[in-house]
Write a protein that binds this ligand. Structure first.
Ligand code: PLP
Length: 433
């Protein structure tokens, strides 16, 4: 299987596409053809379903012989469909991994894959991550103490919750965390600058783990397919998906799962007060813009990076508009949903999941009786300062996350500058300049 750029100027095998992240012409890698999977078992584990759906993409690559082992190692936790109190309402719980957000699926698969690709072993690969919270922790946990890898995390100082900051700063060893006196967008700019400066160096020591990586996109197919197959076994209707969205990585993976044959019905995107997608789906031109801060901070995105993949697959912007539903959910509505969810749905939800639940409530009010699953993208305990006052009690922290949070924390201050980052990494002995 080959991977082509959405901009048409690059073709790569999986190993190169994974190592490079972004295609040479600035586009995103997509599979040359979308394979279909027949006869997948509805009772298989997430790991086995992942192997089944990812197998066509690794044909002919160095990962082919290792795929089963990579999936078994990455997907050691479940992604259950949990019934809510309303008829046909379910949560697809994606927060049972070590850092309690769905980013664990992608980060762990990417880490296992990169570890098995041939490369220059004489020098550690330094993975750069700009994060607004969940990605950095998932990537750090996935590469934690993995020989040959180092992780550099940049997060906006004051832009993440206290618990998220602790979760980003608890690794040490081969993970170095910077609290940057700037916004998430500035953190991302610094990462891009360092990567761009080393882009043409065949011995590049830097790589990224951002949401455009195929190594994060492909594994996310697995839990959508797994849930849809399990649901279809006991229902005469396919499962429809409501996906809290920012960069559209999860949404793009859901579309791929359906294109590959998973029994998924409609796919809708739930957004927060960042309007780039809601405005586009309402008929306006696609217009990236600066992000605004909301309670669902992992979705505070002004230029959804996977949009270009959807445009490619669906033959243009009109095709994308016709393929998905989308709505914007305000912070005030997020708070209402979180507060009411324990009695209304029998669930405690994080602010991102609340956006999906708001859309589900609107669909039910409009008479939609089909089965819908809301992707529960993070555990509510990660957003305790928002959730606990609204539900009126403490939310227990999942054991794996509690283990990380109990570690000593350490981070370093950084100005938003690529030069200063490289200088500090050099001074710390992490890179030779
Ligand atoms: C990353 C994230 C999202 C958004 O996912 P995309 O793939 O960027 O659309 C939603 N919720 C949570 C909790 C996240 O961490």
């Amino acid at each position: 299987m080959k991977f082509v750029s959405t901009r048409g100027g690059d073709v790569a095998n999986l190993a190169d596409a994974l190592a490079r992240g972004l295609a040479a012409d600035g586009g995103l890698y997509v599979p040359q053809a979308i394979p279909t999977v027949d006869g997948a078992s509805p009772s298989a584990s997430v790991a086995a379903t992942a192997e089944r759906f990812i197998a066509p993409y690794v044909v002919g690559s160095p990962l082919e012989a290792h795929l089963g082992e990579i999936c078994a190692e990455a997907f050691t936790f479940d992604a259950p469909l949990r019934s809510l109190d309303g008829e046909g309402d379910t949560l697809l719980e994606l927060f049972h991994g070590p850092t309690a957000a769905f980013k664990d699926f992608g980060a762990r698969f990417l880490a296992g894959s990169l570890a098995r690709l041939p490369r220059d072993r004489a020098r550690d690969l330094v993975i750069l991550v700009a994060t607004s919270g969940d990605t950095g922790a998932a990537v750090a946990a996935a590469f934690d103490r993995r020989p040959g890898f180092r992780v550099v995390i940049l997060y906006p100082d004051g832009g993440v919750s206290a618990r998220q900051a602790q979760g980003l700063s608890c690794f040490g060893d081969n993970v170095r965390t910077y609290r940057v006196a700037a916004s998430f967008d500035e953190c991302q700019r610094v990462v891009k600058e360092v990567l761009a400066a080393h882009a043409d160096d065949p011995a590049s020591r830097f790589s990224s783990a951002n949401s455009i990586s195929l190594g994060r996109l492909l594994p996310q197919i697995a839990y959508h397919a797994h849930a849809a197959l399990a649901h279809r076994q006991g229902s005469d209707q396919p499962l429809n998906l409501l996906i809290p969205s920012g960069n559209l990585g999860d949404g793009a993976a859901a579309w791929l799962a359906r294109a590959m044959g998973a029994p998924i019905g409609d796919i809708d995107f739930a957004c927060n007060a960042n309007l780039v997608l809601p405005d586009f789906f309402a008929g306006e031109a696609y217009r990236p813009r600066a992000s605004v801060r909301t309670l669902a901070n992992a979705m505070d995105i002004g230029a959804p990076s996977n949009f270009e993949r959807l445009v490619h697959w669906l033959g243009g912007e009109d095709g994308v508009r016709a393929a998905f539903g989308c709505a914007s959910v305000s912070d005030a509505r997020i708070e209402q949903i979180i507060a009411a969810a324990p009695t209304r749905h029998g669930a405690i939800v994080c602010p991102h999941t609340a956006c999906g639940l708001a859309m589900l409530e609107d669909k039910r009010a409009a008479g939609d009786t089909r089965p819908w699953a809301v992707a529960a993208t993070a555990h509510p305990a990660k957003f305790e300062t928002i959730v606990e006052p609204l539900v009126g009690h403490k939310v227990a922290v999942p054991p794996a996350l509690a283990g990380y949070l109990a570690r000593p924390t350490r981070n370093y201050p950084l100005a938003p500058s690529a030069t200063e980052l490289l200088a500090d990494l050099g001074a710390a002995g992490w890179i030779k300049l």
